[in-house]
Write a protein that binds this ligand. Structure first.
Ligand code: SF4
Length: 328
């Protein structure tokens, strides 16, 4: 979607699908939850690609399918021009080091019975077969880099604060020298005061190590601070994507517009249009017909109830899935 050559692209995703089968009981026919439905996009090297949407929009599933933490139902994912969905287990292991994930809840992602040295060092052993002394040195160095100390190597996850645990999770991903990291709501479980520090650290690390991030969040302020490009997800589909400026200043999809308007201004004295997003995101098992957003869309017309909109490019690199894009 960005106007760049394929060599600039680290990740090229085409028609990606992930459907989950659910049954009411043992004998009933399966129904399918379309968690990710025909998503296509590209991520340029050394950029931050933000994915935003309400809870239940499919953004976390999208991140996990890209890394093959869960298997896709269809589509392709080219990572550095290799289709990682077609790799066997052995081949995939070589790519695992290059593609990491940092999850929302660092406590759950860190084994409670392993000390930090083990948590960070085991990846080094698996991927680089380093000696015990080399692992010690690398773990010590990476802890310093994320603002922790040597003495922390011998402590367990429960001995740290939430912010420190997230630093350990970042160190564990970074020590493998990845090129691409999925940041899945990396600060949403942290105190507000700690969130800004961790985001600033992630931004600095990206610059220092030429990293590429896919940043999954429901928080538009985080997108505004971190992202270069943005995809807006609704019920498993990307309904709008483009540069951050396209999304915030030339918003074309009614859902994106309502998401932005729903954010109260930082100070009470500022004018707030007060538009809010009515209702909840429908169940993905029974997605609405036509445009999936039509039951909540203030711009909906008759055709929206029956015909699914095509993806149209409203300007170079800025695409929208709507019959009546805003501003056109
Ligand atoms: Fe709203 Fe219709 Fe556009 Fe869907 S297609 S977002 S219902 S105007």
């Amino acid at each position: 979607m960005q106007s760049s050559t394929s060599d600039d692209m680290l990740l090229q995703v085409s028609h990606l699908q992930k459907f989950f089968a659910v049954r009411k009981n043992l004998y009933s026919k399966p129904l399918y939850v379309k968690a990710v439905d025909d998503c296509s996009f590209s991520i340029q090297r050394n950029t931050v690609f933000g994915v935003v949407g309400e809870s239940g929009s499919g953004k976390t599933t999208l991140g996990r399918v890209l890394l093959r933490l869960i298997e896709a139902t269809g589509g392709s994912v080219l990572f550095d021009n290799t289709d990682i969905l077609s790799l066997n287990t052995q081949e995939l292991r070589l790519f695992r080091r290059r593609m990491q994930i940092i999850s929302q809840d660092p406590y759950n992602s860190l084994h409670p019975r392993k000390v930090v040295k083990k948590l960070i060092g085991e990846g080094l052993q698996i991927h680089f077969q380093l000696s015990a002394q080399e692992i010690d040195t690398r773990v010590r160095d990476i802890l310093t880099l994320v603002g922790l100390r040597e003495e922390h190597m011998y402590r367990y996850p429960h001995e740290f604060s939430g912010g420190q645990r997230q630093r350990i999770a970042i160190a564990r991903a970074l020590v493998l020298k990845p090129e691409f990291i999925v940041l899945d709501e990396p600060t949403s479980a942290l105190d507000v005061s700690v969130q800004a520090i961790i985001l600033k650290m992630l931004k600095d690390l990206k610059k220092d190590f030429a990293l590429t991030y896919m940043l999954i969040t429901h928080d538009l302020a985080v997108i505004d601070y971190m992202a270069d490009y943005v995809a807006v997800m609704y019920l498993g589909q990307i309904v709008e994507s483009g540069s951050k400026d396209d999304i915030f200043k030339r918003t074309a999809h009614p859902y994106t517009s309502l998401l932005i308007d729903s954010v109260p201004p930082p100070t009470p004295s500022e004018h707030w249009s007060g538009h809010i997003l009515n209702g909840e995101i429908p169940s993905p098992i029974h997605s609405p017909s036509g445009c999936r957003f039509h039951p909540r869309c203030p711009q909906a017309k008759e055709i929206c109830k029956t015909a699914e909109p095509e993806v149209v490019e409203v300007q170079p690199g800025h695409v929208v899935m709507c019959h009546f894009p805003l501003g056109s």
